[in-house]
Design a protein around this ligand. Structure first.
Ligand code: ADP
Ligand code: ADP
Length: 204
């Protein structure tokens, strides 16, 4: 069985932005825990209710919820040849649980300093119809789309600080964990969207 790929990096690093291209290149479907959680919140499921307050506070949702969500998702037929994880795993217990169920073949770490993260997150907008990710400055939506783009509730300067703190405390140690296993591919996330995409493509 072919392995899965993990897209790793701080919030706003550009994981979701690059996922489409990598998914096309590798044929692996994108599995974003953030998107799955937002969908559960908007549908008002029990899981959504449980996750909502953590997400709004910029805290990680408990591992048990996330691992349950991923285990269910991986039962789908489209996951048989591996998937592209976006925003998962985010803690060492999540990575340990993942290692029990799939083989990870590469971890692409998109590295962006905290100073740039705040600007990227606060300027992020999403097209609710297509799911396309935009940025008011770095990737402005076309005029016909600009009227309908929305800002995520947790994309405020205040919440970004908590999310970055959670990243440094709970998620960043995973880079070392994967590096020890020889799986970590470091990518400079500071270039333009195309430059970062080319740099990832050249490593795959
Ligand atoms: P993540 O999925 O890692 O949280 P996103 O892909 O949603 O990050 O990107 C966060 C924001 O930064 C979005 O508004 C996106 O348009 C923008 N962005 C992504 N990559 C770049 C880049 N290389 N340069 C400038 N802005 C970027
Ligand atoms: P970003 O890349 O901008 O941080 P995500 O869409 O990946 O945004 O995640 C949004 C929120 O969903 C996170 O702040 C967190 O509360 C929750 N979340 C997503 N994925 C995970 C995960 N693997 N573990 C714990 N919480 C998660």
């Amino acid at each position: 069985m072919e392995g899965s790929i993990v897209l790793f990096g701080p919030p706003g690093a550009g994981k979701g932005t690059q996922a489409g291209r990598i998914s096309e290149l590798t044929g692996k479907p994108q599995v974003s825990t953030g998107d799955m959680l937002r969908e559960a919140v908007s549908r008002g499921t029990d899981l959504g209710h449980e996750a909502k307050s953590f997400m709004e506070a910029g805290l990680l949702v408990p591992d048990s919820i996330i691992i349950g969500l991923i285990s269910e998702r991986l039962k789908n037929d489209d996951a048989a040849e591996g998937v592209l994880f976006d925003g998962f795993p985010r803690t060492i217990p999540q990575a340990e649980a993942l290692a029990e169920i799939v083989s990870v073949e590469a971890v692409i770490s998109i590295e962006v300093p905290d100073d740039s993260i705040v600007e990227r997150i606060v300027g992020r907008r999403m097209d609710p119809e297509t799911g396309e990710i935009y940025h008011i400055r770095f990737k402005p939506p076309p005029e016909e789309v600009s009227m309908r783009v929305v800002q995520r509730k947790d994309d405020t300067e205040e919440t970004v600080r908590s999310r970055l703190a959670a990243y440094h405390e709970q998620t960043a140690p995973l880079a070392e964990w994967y590096s020890t296993k020889g799986l970590l591919i470091r990518i400079d996330g500071n270039g333009s969207i195309d430059e970062v995409g080319n740099s990832i493509a050249s490593k795959l």
